[in-house]
Design a protein around this ligand. Structure first.
Ligand code: M6R
Length: 608
């Protein structure tokens, strides 16, 4: 996730672009850059690091003169954070500049094609292929070049483009990445999000998929994918600036909960091809995969919880013995590691000190380490032998939601990839799993539609003292996450228990009215889990059950039931976690807690 902005008008462009980038920095902050055309030449300044470095370099924009330009703040996906990989990107002649938010999925194929035609690349990014493709197709008609480029690129994009020989003009286009255009007395603007331009205008046009906008100082024109002019109506934005940074959501946590369908899709899509899971970044041959006899998944907090799920999936699907370890324990317990072991470290930030130390310990002992990481170029990403990125985009709220969901996806994909290589899964079963994986984003979307119901339920529990989460098998792993989510944002004491273990002690804590959230998504465990619900009900508990649609039997035992759509048995976590995240969120805001920044916590825990 990156931020893009563009301005053409009567004012100097660079200060407007920097203002816009300031408001978009939450979308990515590993580098930033602007390209400004003074009517004759396009000049680019870009810098690794926070926006303030770019501000210093350009003397708050005064060093770049010109009234038309584009800007970008980057969240690295393809290529580490660096000056070279920072946007805008040029064609070789420096006459076309491009900023991009999204992922060009077929960039490697396009890069090979362009290299064969003599194009040289200056960065490792997927975006640079767009600049060269435009160069390849540009014969004096920018709209035609943009249309031809769109015809070739696959994936998601919001692009801002300027051509040196079209002074004062900006072209912008989107597919599956947000893009708006705005109009004001002093000029016209594009941006990936409303806050970037609210200082200049409240009149915006929401660009839809495969629409193109062309603007100059005088006005804007819109075109469809066939290059035909289309009419669009401006919308007047009523939000205040702070709310707009969160795209209208009250908190980043809620915004990120709602970004999950897209984050899941972005993590899945590039890795499913022709009925198979392809994970190029894994860097392992079929033989190397087959040689793995043992997997360790090592992580902290929620990332560890995804590992607990993954243990069931790896063992169930790929039939590889899998251990899950808290990173802070792994490194001191002298685990048995050998050349047939694969260590998978999982981390959103890629900077968690304990996880990094565990990675180093595994590498010191000669074991191959695969990182599942969200932040490109982070320490874990750099030090792991191979890295599989989750494409969740920047996560601002301390409580993870969308990163957790994408970590699960990465682990499902790995388990299927291993099962394929080991020949323990049929093509029929693979097809079924891939079809179910592809359906997850729409199922998540559907569950998010029930937020009012959860809010009402949550409001009843803002004064709760203790909450217990129970489940068996994978449902226990979901319970761990539900419990952590609740306690970290609402400060209510909660615990997760394997449902069958309660009666060995913890059940003594159940009193009249204690809330017990029971997760029952594994059909073969339904009956046992219902017995555990009955045990706590008998002691006075109020039971919230999260189960699969159709499992109406549970209504006889539980007090309140939330149904999740049917999916493949190993993927239920991705759905059951959604109501638990919403529950935690609404309890916390009901109590007036600072959900985005809970007390005593930090987003990235860089101390042991
Ligand atoms: O950045 P990481 O994924 O390595 O962080 C691990 C944990 O600190 C993190 O998941 C933490 O538990 C979250 N606050 C949970 O919401």
């Amino acid at each position: 996730m990156c931020g893009i902005v563009g301005y053409t008008g009567n004012e100097q462009a660079a200060p407007v672009l920097l203002d816009g980038l300031d408001k978009l920095e939450y979308r990515g902050y590993d580098s930033a850059g602007i390209a400004v055309c003074d009517g004759e030449k396009i000049r680019i300044t870009k810098a690794r690091g926070r926006l303030k470095i770019l501000r210093e370099l350009t003397h708050d924009g005064r060093m770049l003169s010109g009234t038309c330009g584009i800007g970008h703040t980057r969240w690295a996906t393809h290529g580490v954070p660096s000056n070279e990989n920072a946007h805008p990107h040029f064609n070789e002649a420096g006459t076309i500049a491009v900023v991009h938010n999204g992922i060009i999925e077929n960039y490697q194929k396009l890069r090979n094609m362009l290299t064969e035609r003599g194009y040289a690349f200056a960065s490792e990014t997927d975006t640079e292929v767009v600049a060269h493709l435009l160069d390849y197709y540009y014969k004096g008609d920018p709209l035609q070049a943009v249309l031809k480029m769109m015809n070739r690129v696959e994936g998601s994009y919001a692009l801002g483009i300027i051509f040196q020989d079209q002074p004062g003009k900006i072209y912008a286009v989107r597919k599956d990445s947000p893009l708006i255009a705005g109009t004001s007395r002093d000029g016209n603007l594009i941006a990936s999000d409303v806050p970037a331009i609210l200082k200049y205008t409240r009149d915006v046009y929401f660009i839809q998929n495969e629409e193109i906008v062309c603007m100059d100082a005088e006005g804007l024109e819109f075109f469809n994918i066939d290059g035909e002019p289309i009419w669009k109506e401006a919308v007047t934005i009523q939000w205040d600036v702070t709310a707009a940074e969160k795209a209208g959501y009250e908190h980043f946590m809620l915004k990120e909960i709602y970004e999950q369908p897209k984050a899941v899709l972005d993590t899945l899509n590039p890795r499913i091809r022709d009925g198979r899971v392809e994970i190029e970044e894994l860097g392992m041959t079929e033989e190397e995969i087959r040689a793995v006899r043992k997997i360790f998944i090592v992580a902290c907090g929620s990332a560890y919880h995804t590992g607990v799920v993954a243990k069931y999936v790896f063992e169930g699907l790929a039939r590889i013995p899998t251990e899950v370890d808290l990173a802070s324990e792994f490194r001191y317990r002298n685990p048995i590691l050998d050349s047939e072991t694969l260590v998978i470290v999982v981390s959103q930030s890629g900077e968690t000190a304990d996880t990094l130390a565990a990675l180093r310990e595994a590498k010191r002992r000669g074991v191959r380490v695969l990182g599942i990481v969200n932040v490109v170029g982070s320490s874990i990403a750099r030090e792991a032998d191979n890295v599989m990125y989750t494409w969740a985009g920047p996560e601002i709220a301390v409580a993870t939601t969308k990163a957790y969901s994408t970590q699960l996806i990465a682990e499902y994909l790995l388990a299927i990839r291993f099962a394929q290589a080991r020949g323990v899964v049929s093509q029929e079963e693979t097809d079924e799993m891939l079809a179910e994986l592809r359906r997850l984003p729409e199922h998540i979307e559907m569950l998010l539609g029930h937020k009012e119901k959860l809010q009402r339920f949550a409001n009843r529990y803002i004064a709760a003292r203790d909450v217990f989460f129970i489940g068996r098998g994978i449902d226990y792993a979901i319970s761990l996450e539900g419990s952590l989510k609740l306690k970290e944002v609402s400060y209510i004491h909660s615990e997760a228990y394997a449902a069958g273990e309660l009666k060995h002690g913890t059940i003594s804590l159940i009193e009249e009215g204690t809330l017990v959230a029971a997760v029952l998504t594994q059909e073969d465990l339904y009956k046992k889990a219902v017995s555990n619900i009955v045990e706590v009900k008998t002691r006075g508990a109020f039971v919230l059950a999260v189960t699969n649609v159709g499992n109406t039997e549970v209504e006889k035992a539980a007090d309140y039931v939330i149904y999740i759509p049917e999916t493949y048995k190993y993927f239920t976590t991705s759905l059951a976690v959604i109501p638990l995240q919403l529950f935690a969120y609404y309890v916390a805001i009901g109590k007036g807690c600072d959900v985005d920044k809970p007390r005593n916590l930090a987003k990235s825990v860089t101390v042991e």
